[in-house]
Design a protein around this ligand. Structure first.
Ligand SMILES: Nc1ncnc2c1ncn2[C@@H]1O[C@H](COP(=O)(O)OP(=O)(O)OP(=O)(O)O)[C@@H](O)[C@H]1O
Length: 287
């Protein structure tokens, strides 16, 4: 690795020029009482970029997702989407603005079918009035039919298996299939940015490979920007344009996968002592 690359990865990476970032966190802090879960975080995602957030347990990754999606309000700092602040919006409003997410523990309605779960994801898109829905006017019926067709189309992103099982209760699906339904539901809101919280958790190797394939396709075919939390390093390294590493709520490194993999602070904090670098101990001071 050249000196210049080492400098870049350990410092702040090249900032996007004004207007280039889709999502930008500036100096974001979230404190829970005396605990700083996220501290002074700068993070950005460009349109069409796949960015991973990694770090040890408790590093603040999920808190970052909760801050972006309006579950938490930052104690300090600014979060913008397309240059406009989204701080103070509730999760539904953030979704309407174009940020959808999946959860570490899949959150689907188990007492609903595959299709119904995806239809629920479209609620931000529907225009029918309450009265119209009550009396099932032709316009409402038309809208429902269009929503159904679109939901099936979203399921077909993952091939024919979910389309074939659209009337199955999600509880009867495999874990990997449920993850796909959750993504289809997120897509139903027509997001620009998708936040995936451990998209391959609980999957075997074949399912993981498949998941990596469709995450890439989400960008390539749907033009989505993706921010993901992922514990499997092989997945993160293979899929990301850029990786942001958190430790105790602070960003300790950022860069291309290959740069991050060799970064001493990352090795010390995240990859553990078994990783290759010899001079790890002095890097512990970054904590
Ligand atoms: N609502 C909350 N109230 C108090 N502390 C919280 C809250 N949410 C998170 N924390 C704390 O903030 C820190 C960061 O937690 P967070 O869940 O964001 O980490 P993480 O990197 O996602 O961890 P993991 O990989 O285990 O999911 C932890 O110390 C956690 O205990």
């Amino acid at each position: 690795m050249s000196e210049m690359q080492a400098e870049r990865v350990e410092g702040t990476p090249s900032e996007p020029v004004t207007g280039e970032a889709l999502l930008a966190l500036k100096n974001v802090t979230k404190a829970f009482g005396g605990l700083t879960a996220v501290g002074d975080l700068d993070l950005f995602v460009r349109p069409g970029e796949i960015v991973s957030v990694i770090g040890p347990n408790g590093a603040g990754k999920t808190t970052v997702f909760n801050l972006i999606t309006g579950i938490y309000r930052p104690t300090k700092g600014e979060i913008t989407l397309d240059g406009t602040s989204i701080v103070g919006l509730n999760p539904d409003q953030v979704l309407v603005r174009g940020i959808a997410r999946t959860f570490q523990n899949i959150r689907l309605f188990n007492n609903m079918t595959v299709l119904e779960n995806v239809l629920v994801g479209q609620h931000t898109q529907l225009k029918a009035s309450v009265l119209g829905s009550l009396f099932r006017t032709p316009r409402v019926r038309q809208e429902e039919e269009a929503a159904r067709e679109r939901a099936i189309d979203l399921l077909s992103f993952f091939g024919s298996s979910l389309v074939d099982r659209q009337d199955e209760y999600v509880i009867n699906l495999s874990y990997a299939e449920r993850r796909r339904v959750e993504i289809a539901r997120a897509l139903a809101a027509k997001p620009k940015l998708l936040l995936l919280d451990e998209p391959t958790a609980g999957m075997n190797e074949a399912e993981t490979l498949e998941a990596v394939g469709y995450v890439r396709r989400l960008r390539e075919e749907l033009g989505l920007a993706i921010l993901l939390i992922e514990h499997k390093l092989a997945v993160t390294m293979g899929i990301s344009d850029r990786i942001v590493v958190l430790d105790y709520g602070r960003k300790i490194a950022e860069g291309l996968p290959e740069e991050v993999r060799r970064n001493k602070k990352v090795i010390a904090a995240y990859l553990g002592q078994s990783a290759e670098e010899p001079e790890q101990t002095e890097e512990h001071e970054v904590k």
